[in-house]
Design a protein around this ligand. Structure first.
Ligand code: NAD
Length: 443
């Protein structure tokens, strides 16, 4: 199929590359000329394992990027909208979605033949039917269903594993206003034969995405609440939650007694809080949406409240070992909100680092991938180092903020360099007895 993708960020680029790889002709559209130029040169604008390889393989043949939305719509049969949907403090901000729909609609006015427009951005239930569809109709002067199709296809890729998640999906939600729209959308994924396909209306498709993200965020805050209680009563949450994981409904048992250990269990672990461009904003947007419908969401209110308190726990643990932070030298390991990505949006590392600076600490930082994203945030106040060794050299304390595998060698490195710095482990990555002075979340 010939498809266009409006918005070439994390989701748009990974989707574009993934769909080109399975044989579609893809035009990625973005308003950012610099992004478009890099993509056309085969340079990924974000870090994801495997992305560069697939991009260089497909760019110039099955994948091109452009700022020219009009020509992209005119020369394709289906368009995915993958623009950002931030939370504006009160509710989901649909500015970019509305604008993309308006621009697409204006082109549809001049286009002969049927075209399908699919929302891939995460939008609150009802948005495709009540905002995108009328915007397309108003801008095109045409009728949804008769002249063009409208679909909703939420994206479930997780940053850090985005390429694998996109190319080997567990489910494909095909939401549409009618069968013709759903058939067109399903055609995109015809070669993804292993995934379960859910055919539904657009509003259910939107709800599935929010319910899925809210469940995972809830598991994290639940674990953090248990972890904080464990710490208060002198129990190690790693041990306690490992016992919980053995419930056969969480880790099913094979006939020989061996266990299947689902990825889901990684959400049932205490840590310094969730971040990223999805969970915080999506949970907040769903809470606001619930209130607007007269359906309060106290569980999700608590999910956010618990998550917002978690970064401060890192400072509390640090003060146990280094009571006076003014002038203390502290290394922050990890700026990305999770390993495998350069995304720092809403990363707990940001409030923790700002709090350290406010307290007068001298902060060095290291992240194997996210440095270029994080460095500008601190305006020269944080010394970003090229290596883990340099970041921890001469410091009083080390904060482990991101679960980068790379940091597992910290105890060995500290032994080699004779460092006796306190390690404050926000991800429970380091064995608690592997360093002399250790504090861990949920311990
Ligand atoms: P992003 O901010 O990385 O990218 C959005 C892109 O859209 C930007 O490059 C921006 O320049 C471009 N854009 C905005 N308006 C445009 C327009 N009118 N025409 C062309 N380009 C335009 O966002 P993202 O992280 O890719 O997220 C996109 C959507 O997907 C959001 O709704 C998000 O919630 C959802 N989502 C994200 C992830 C994730 O892991 N990042 C996963 C699943 C779903």
């Amino acid at each position: 199929m010939r498809i266009s993708i409006v918005g070439t960020g994390y989701v748009g680029l990974v989707s574009g590359v993934g769909l080109a790889e399975v044989g579609h002709d893809v035009i990625c559209v973005d308003v950012d000329q610099a992004k478009v130029d890099l993509i056309n040169k085969g340079v990924p604008t974000i870090y994801e394992l495997g992305l560069e390889e697939l991009l260089t393989k497909n760019v110039g043949t099955r994948l091109t990027a452009t700022t020219d939305l009009r020509s992209a719509i005119l020369s394709t049969e289906l368009t995915l909208i993958a623009v950002g949907t931030p939370f504006n403090g009160e509710q989901i901000d649909l500015t970019y979605v509305r604008e993309a729909a308006r621009q697409i609609g204006e082109v549809l006015a001049d286009k002969d033949g049927y075209h399908t427009v699919v929302v891939k951005s995460t939008v609150v239930p009802g948005t495709t039917a009540d905002v995108v569809l009328p915007t397309l109709e108003a801008a095109s002067g045409k009728h949804a269903g008769a002249d063009f199709g409208v679909g909703m296809n939420p994206e479930f890729l997780a940053e850090g594993a985005a390429v694998v998640d996109f190319t080997s999906p567990d489910r494909i939600v095909v939401g549409g206003i009618d069968d013709r729209s759903r058939d067109a959308l399903a055609g995109l994924y015809a070669s993804f034969t292993h995934a379960t396909v859910v055919r539904t209306d657009t509003t259910t498709a939107e709800m599935i995405k929010y319910a899925a993200n809210s469940l995972l965020a809830t598991m994290i805050s639940f674990s953090n609440e248990i972890g904080n209680l464990c710490a208060a009563v002198g129990v190690d949450s790693v041990e306690a939650l490992a016992g919980v994981h053995l419930d056969k409904r969480l880790s099913p048992m094979a006939a020989d007694g061996s266990r299947v250990s689902p990825g889901f269990l990684s959400f049932l672990a205490a840590g310094c809080g969730f971040g990223g461009s999805c969970f915080p904003k999506d949970v907040r947007a769903l809470i606001a949406f619930g209130h607007a419908y007269g359906s309060p969401m106290p569980v999700l209110d608590a999910v956010i409240a618990t998550n917002e308190r978690q970064p401060a726990r890192m400072l509390e643990l640090l003060r146990r070992r280094v009571p006076e932070l003014d002038g203390a030298r502290v290394a922050v390991l990890g700026m990305a909100f999770k390993p495998g990505t350069d995304d720092i949006r809403e990363s707990p590392s940001l409030p923790v680092t700002h709090a350290l600076l406010d307290a007068g600490a001298v902060v060095s930082a290291y992240d194997p991938i996210a440095r270029s994203m994080a460095e500008p945030v601190f305006d020269g106040e944080v010394r970003f180092e090229d290596t883990l060794e340099d970041a921890i050299s001469g410091v009083d304390a080390i904060l482990v903020m991101t679960r980068w595998q790379h940091f597992e060698r910290l105890p060995e490195l500290m032994r080699e360099t004779g460092s006796s710095a306190a390690v404050i482990d926000g991800r429970r990555l380091i064995p608690k007895t592997a360093v002399e002075h250790y504090e861990g979340i949920g311990l």
